[in-house]
Design a protein around this ligand. Structure first.
Ligand code: GLU
Length: 477
């Protein structure tokens, strides 16, 4: 049986965006599930859109996320080069073969003539003007240095059908297909031509890509047919939307893998979430490790309908991955976020302990704990809590006692501080909340904080804790 060969063929136009990463992920998973090979090819024939450094981002992202390709520009392989600009000669050779067999032709039409063609719904369809030039005339004009392109000669009657594994049978009337350019006037191939030549020469027998290519695929199939090559299997994927109306797209600056990492999302959570954008496993599980994705991935689970990129769900998944990190792994990952701001002045282990179960992304750490560094005057209405039956009056009575109790605490840690507060409540015949709530407000100036009064006090240290209590007591006078 022929080995399955899938590929990811990004154009190096900037960061690797979510849609691209999903294509890479599905192609990888499908290949690996079927003992196949996953290939990386860089499609850089559109030099106008080339962005310096983008190729390195592609390599880095795929390596980092574990989408290891079996063949590719930086890992080699038997079907190289894996960068289109290094394959330029191949394309011209194959285009000429198509000219010989009548499936393509040279076109010398000037921009001016093309612009004079009738405009039908914003498009000026080429009218096969150069199709019937004699071989002699073509040769003469090429030799005289006239600029030319090579166009595909589309059939004008009949239709072309193919099967897509997700969208079923797709049929297009051949008369709808324009004689698209295969080789541009600079000698470079168009994407529409290069992808077919490369897929064939690289032995790709399964093409997975975004739905935007669904309607162009009949043109590619006509090229396969013209060469007498076997068509690959096609798996087109549903669009990823930003909301009901707008596509998530790199053109409007939507999330890239690296942006998400910078915001504090973990790579496992990103990959897990991306897997769910357009696919669901039979058992409907949501949180899946990379190994589980490999085990569960199947083509039948790819949806036809668009999926919406939901940052809330991604954050939720991320929080699950954060919670299951060991304290050591969490501390290591959190270090840049902690050391890059005012938090560097606090005990890192305590910060980590306080925050690990309370954040959804690492990017939240700085804001969530800002009250450790800033303590502006606050409204005494924050002491109101109906459940705990507290308010500014009860706080006014209890806070001086909290201060006194804390002054006597010799071992300044959460456990001792918590015990001190509970003892105080007991001695006063009060429920714990009547002491804990106002103490936390008095130390943070906030109604909601990660951690309770004793944890905050531990982090602030004795001097700062007592200073804040003094300030809060004064504010109530
Ligand atoms: N270079 C194309 C893109 O980045 C790839 C399309 C394909 O997979 O054939 O959209």
């Amino acid at each position: 049986m022929t080995q399955l060969r899938t590929r990811f063929a990004p154009s190096p136009t900037g960061y690797l965006h979510i849609g691209g990463l999903r294509t890479a992920l599905y192609s990888y998973l499908y290949a690996k599930k079927n003992n196949g090979k996953f290939i990386l090819r860089i499609e850089d024939t559109d030099q106008g859109r080339y962005v310096e450094g983008a190729v390195d981002i592609i390599y880095r992202t795929l390596h980092e996320t574990g989408l290891h390709y079996d063949e590719g520009p930086d890992v080699g392989g038997e079907y190289g080069p894996y960068i289109q600009s290094q394959r330029a000669n191949e394309y011209l050779y194959y285009a000429k073969k198509l000219v010989e067999s009548g499936h393509a032709y040279y076109c010398f039409c000037t921009e001016e003539r093309l612009q004079s063609l009738p405009d039908v719904n914003g498009a000026r369809r080429y009218d096969k003007h150069c199709l019937h030039l004699s071989a002699e005339e073509v040769e003469r004009r090429i030799n005289s240095g006239e600029k030319y392109v090579i166009r595909q000669n589309m059939p004008v009657t009949g239709n072309t059908t193919y099967h897509d594994a997700v969208y079923g049978d797709i049929t297009i009337e051949n008369s709808e297909l324009e004689d698209q350019i295969l080789i541009k006037s600079d000698g470079m191939p168009t994407y529409n031509f290069a992808n077919v030549i490369d897929d064939h020469l690289m032995g790709i027998n399964c093409v997975m890509r975004g739905i935007e290519y669904l309607s162009s695929t009949p043109k590619y199939n006509l090229l396969y047919d013209a060469f007498g090559w076997e068509r690959p299997m096609y798996i087109h994927m549903p669009p990823i939307m930003k909301d009901a109306q707008h596509k998530l797209s790199k053109r409007n600056g939507d999330a890239s893998y690296e942006d998400l990492v910078k915001k504090g999302f973990l790579k496992n959570a990103i990959i897990n979430y991306i897997a769910l954008l357009g696919w669901s496993p039979k058992d409907d599980s949501e949180k899946m490790s990379f190994e589980q994705l490999l085990e569960k991935f199947d083509i039948a689970g790819i949806n036809k309908s668009p999926s919406i990129f939901d940052p809330v769900k991604l954050a939720w998944l991320n929080s699950l991955y954060i919670k299951e990190m060991t304290p050591e792994a969490f501390a290591e990952y959190a270090t840049p976020w902690i050391e890059g701001c005012y938090l560097k002045n606090f005990d890192k282990a305590l910060v980590c302990k306080l925050i690990q179960s309370r954040i959804e992304t690492f990017g939240e750490i700085e804001d969530k704990l800002r009250f450790l560094a800033e303590f502006p005057p606050f409204d005494s209405a924050l002491y109101d809590n109906q459940k705990q039956k507290t308010n500014a009056d009860t706080a006014r009575q209890i806070l001086p006692l909290v201060k006194e109790k804390f002054t006597q605490v010799s071992v300044w840690d959460n456990q001792h501080l918590y015990e001190a507060l509970v003892q105080l409540a007991e001695a006063q015949g009060l429920k714990n909340g009547k002491v804990l709530w106002p103490a936390r407000v008095a130390l943070s100036g906030l109604a909601a904080t990660p951690g309770g009064a004793s944890e905050i006090a531990e982090l602030l240290g004795k001097a700062e804790t007592l200073r804040r209590l003094d300030i809060s007591i004064q504010l109530l006078k």
